[in-house]
Design a protein around this ligand. Sequence first.
Ligand SMILES: [Zn+2]
Length: 159
Amino acid sequence: MRRGEADRFWEKVVKGPRPQDCWIWTGAVADDGYGRFWVARDGEQRALRPQRYAYEHFTGETLHSGVALMHVCDVPLCVHASAGGETHLLPGTQALNMLDRSQKGRHANASTFRWRGVGRAQFRAQSVELRSALLEYGWNEPIIRPLLAGIDPQAPTLF
Ligand SMILES: [Zn+2]
């Protein structure tokens, strides 16, 4: 049963072409701008956060409910987790260390500009826009890249 669940999960994920790209959840998006993945647990339907599901899937770790999982890429629909390799998802303190580095310019990711510091409604609108574009066009670079970064890809990089 769990195997079918994982298949169902990955069918809803669109991966960028480069190893460092985001993997975007294209299933349900909640009011907070984050995804929701519905699963059956103990005979009930439960909504899981796709990024936590992906993280647990790859690392084999169980995240306790009190542990925050943070996006180092700042894209709320991203589920790019891995065990040891390129990852955009890190629990609490590890993520803070990474963000600290990114603020010092050592972690190249232009998405920060678009997703950081926007309000909740805007956050959700951006997530839905990104999801719709992926469902309609797939990972089409000229369309998707600006939706992740929020800047004209022809424009000079700000950071
Ligand atoms: Zn990402």
